[in-house]
Design a protein around this ligand. Sequence first.
Ligand code: AAO
Length: 512
Amino acid sequence: MKFLLLLLVSGLCYAQYNPNFRSGRTTMVHLFEWRWADIAAECERYLGPNGFAGVQISPPNENLIITSPNRPWWERYQPISYKLCTRSGNEQQFRDMVTRCNNQGVYIYVDAIINHMCGAGGGSGTRSTCGSSYNTGNRDFPAVPYSRLDFNDGKCKSGSGDIENYNDAYQVRDCRLVSLLDLALEKDYVRGKIAAYMNNLISIGVAGFRLDASKHMWPGDINAITSRLNNLNTQWFPSGSRPFIFQEVIDLGGEAIKASEYYGNGRVTEFKYGAKLGNVIRKWNGERMSYLRNWGEGWGFMPNDRALVFVDNHDNQRGHGAGGASILTFFDARLYKMGIGFMLAHPYGFTRVMSSYRWPRYFVNGKDINDWVGPPSYSDGSTKPVTINADSTCGNDWVCEHRWRQIKNMVIFRNVVDGQTLINWWDNGGNQIAFGRGSKGFIVFNNEDWNMDVNLKTGLPAGTYCDVISGQKEGTRCTGKQISVGIDGSARFQISNTAEDPFVAIHVNAKL
Ligand code: AAO
């Protein structure tokens, strides 16, 4: 009876928590602002061979060009139409990327901007990435088409028409987020246009969507749209596969809108994860790594099977969105690698790693005045390609955190230990911790200001293992530290507090 009820309920609503990853793969990477041609090449030359599961891409639909040639990255969050041309490439390049990545088993997740169109002050003209016309004063987007009838102007009850109070759920959902023209998602016509856009992407072969600004949409409106989505393209996915949905909802607590309201639609971004982990690794507010013993739901996070987790994202790495100063980024490389290492070793949530570009961060009164700076670009404003150096790092100011040996090897670690429970937790009561994942992998951190020398039970089969942080297994040799696990499964770990990376990770695929 209970089961029948469940079937009935789930038949009415559509939700997809499973990312459709190829089996044995676990982690997606956000290739922020990358060109489609570079992503296609990266899938073939790096992501596929190294076991990455998917790529979150920047919004592929036409957007307003705010200023040129100094184009802010955030122009892409101001849609003009659902045509597929942006600074990342045109429709043909988009299709080529999806095909080539899918053929590598690396699936594409689209950042879908469906809450709004461009800012109210956008003006009129054709200064858009495919040259479509718009008139924000008249709420006119003829390339969709949307008109005055398709926006929430009448519904919003704030004085300015913008969101003024995050404690008022109606304002947050019916008014304009930072003046972005708010679509009337309760309208069948609007839902139809959005579903058609997303279904076009599904037919091209994408595997799912990040729903931008989900907090600013009513959960029921989101469900009405996702329920209209087609199954995934059977050229790459089993028939009946549904698009993966993860919703961007910032819920650090203390506001009218809760992340839990969105669980019925799919996964939700867990913003507490990076904010709290940053405090722990930085040892701020009296936090210690030993407190991570009950990391996950024990820390007040959302249920494991609803969470999409990350250390930083494209907003909070530059002070947008939420999280604050504790957020770890590539700017704090040593701490960042520890944070990512911990995230990828720990079983909680679906993991996403960030891949960024460098910008001239410059703080004035605590705010980075260069937080707008767009991707590496030429003087005409076009995005520079991602070049690859001889040592496999990236050129042209692309950071490529996902190519850092420690991070890439931890993505592989997560694949190897997938499905294994967390066991053999150990800590010193302070900032030295260790834990295993079944009999497949073990990780040890020394975030104290002194050396570590301990014998720990790893749960791994006896043998000599190659530490995948200080090096990696190449053929039959190990380029890093070697750890020998005895017949009783225990091993000695010596980690200097001044090591380049004060942590060690071993797994059964890096056994010598
Ligand atoms: C740009 C200009 C604006 C201009 C606008 C229109 O910067 O001045 O008015 O164009 O012309 C991105 C950029 C924006 C940019 C926009 C459009 O970040 O700067 O605006 O493109 O080009 C909220 C939303 C969340 C959103 C986040 C940035 O809830 O959805 O703001 N993220 C997504 C994207 C993001 C994008 C958009 C949405 C828009 O990832 O890249 O914007 O498509 C509180 C609330 C949060 C709220 C933040 C920031 O957070 O809880 O929901 O996020 O405020 O307003 C503590 C609190 C924490 C609080 C935080 C900040 O940490 O605990 O809850 O402080 O106050």
